[in-house]
Design a protein around this ligand. Structure first.
Ligand code: NDP
Ligand SMILES: O=C(O)C1=N[C@H](C(=O)O)C[C@H](O)C1
Length: 249
């Protein structure tokens, strides 16, 4: 069988550089292009790329992915910033490219993917739910893509179960101490030197609490998920939101 020809966009970044190594080492994958912010995407077109891995910055990812879809290149995206409007625009674009797939993966770590699934399962059983994320201080966006997605999934599970809004008597909060609110779920972001990525999901009901925590100590945590996605994406078409959809979770 022919190797899958892979390009990495954002190849000099923290994630991109590690993805270059992971793809180079992975059986059945061939790294055929590495692009940084000063390289033209057009240079990919002569490389016969099967799958692009997009690991750049929130300000660039939508334009990069649109170019890749326009050229029918399956794409695995780890970059954050994919809000509802951007996802819906991407879905529309993909509808015009029926053989092409894009995975938008808020998190590639198996621990984080499982933590989000566990949170979704727990959500209907608790009155209170809040998300706390901790990341390195170089991170451009807050709250993290993972925290956003976790809150959205908790909110959807609560909504399906017919739960009332989370109880909260706060009337006075001049400094925003209650954090961001994503679909009714409070989300708190900490930036901490020495940290890679961590998330805690706090649930509570009368007399009991459940805390789910996932830690990524190094960017190596994200590499098996990227390799799995690159190997699997040709089995899909359209928008795949979340690595869990490629893991049967
Ligand atoms: N889904 C997941 O599991 C994970 C997602 N992430 C997300 O991935 C993204 C990247 O993270 P990280 O590697 O830490 O960030 P870095 O800042 O280390 O790297 C980003 C890289 O993208 C490059 N870049 C910027 N714009 C372009 C462009 N238009 N074309 C090509 N390259 C470009 C930058 O180059 P230059 O410096 O020259 O501007 C830089 O090398 C973030 O959004 C982060 O949140 C991170 C970890 C895990
Ligand atoms: O910027 C990071 O580092 C990370 N970004 C992603 C996010 O915003 O959720 C995934 C992971 O948390 C690391």
């Amino acid at each position: 069988m022919n190797a899958i020809r892979v390009a990495v966009i954002g190849a000099q970044g923290r994630m991109g550089a590690q993805a270059v190594d992971a793809i180079t080492e992975a059986e059945g994958l061939e790294l055929v292009a590495t692009l940084g912010s000063s390289d033209s995407l057009e240079s990919l077109l002569e490389k016969n790329v099967d799958v692009a891995v997009e690991l750049t910055v929130p300000a660039s990812t939508e334009t990069n992915v649109a170019f890749l879809v326009d050229h029918d290149i399956d794409t695995v995206v780890g970059t954050t910033g994919w809000d509802a409007d951007k996802l819906s625009g991407l879905k529309e674009l993909l509808a015009e490219h029926s053989d092409t797939a894009v995975l938008i993966a808020p998190n590639f770590s198996i621990g984080a993917v499982l933590a989000m699934r566990f949170a979704e399962l727990a959500a209907p059983y608790f009155d209170s739910a809040e998300v706390v994320e901790i990341h390195h201080p170089r991170k451009l966006d807050a709250p993290s893509g993972t925290a956003n997605y976790t809150a959205q999934r908790i909110a959807a599970a609560r909504n399906d179960a017919g739960l009332a809004p989370v109880p909260d008597a706060t009337e006075i909060d001049p400094h925003g101490a209650r954090g961001a609110v994503v679909d009714g779920i409070h989300v708190h972001a900490i930036r901490q030197q020495g940290m890679t990525a961590s998330e805690e999901i706090h649930f509570g009901s009368s007399g009991e609490a459940l805390t789910i925590r996932t830690d990524s100590h190094s960017t190596s945590a994200f590499m098996p998920g990227i390799v799995t996605a690159v190997r699997s994406i040709s089995d899909y078409t359209g928008l795949v939101h979340g690595l869990e959809n490629m893991l049967d979770l």
